[in-house]
Design a protein around this ligand. Sequence first.
Ligand SMILES: [Fe+2]
Length: 220
Amino acid sequence: MNAWSNSRRRFLAQFTLAATGVALSPFAFAEELLRTPPQTEGPFYPDKLPLDTDNDLIIVNNNLTPAVGEITHLTGRILDPKGEPVRNAAVEIWQCDNTGVYIHTADSSGKKRDTNFQGFGRFVTGPTGEYYFRTIKPVPYPGRTPHIHYKVKSDGKELLTTQCYIKGHPQNEQDGVYRGLKDARARDAVTIDFAPIKSSRIGELAAKFDIVLGMTPAQA
Ligand SMILES: [Fe+2]
């Protein structure tokens, strides 16, 4: 065997080892982001969509009267497991009004509801995967700690249904759905700050909820 084939064999062996090393390294898995845990849809995904389904839940159509509640600018990014932004994802949120009533007829019939609150909104992501809603800070209702429901769809297929929660809210620890998340990191992934915007004269809040999907739209 000549020197060339020896060194070539060594090169190939090293190359194979390196390739195997990458494939087996725990870091290969660590590169994948923690996926946002799915959460129950609950009973109040709107049975009848509101007339207005845009991303501003504070104003219905061209109403002059805004919804009651602490105005929150809710943003985040929709990411795939590798951290790549997902474009053309339809992000839907729904939540109860400031008195704890959903627009779903099973909840709102017989109750007084804030008809100026849209209760549901939709946003389709662009190339950066970002979404934006103007809504209210969620409030508790009997049996539940405050939360906002989310559904992410692509091409009409559902990629994730989940909920997000207020960091530090005392009722989180008593909430059955929240407690169903046994892993502390999974809880952290759906628990977000609602922080005052310093420059806002009307006490608006900012909240950020990034969502990491367990599958790409192509896998759905
Ligand atoms: Fe709910």
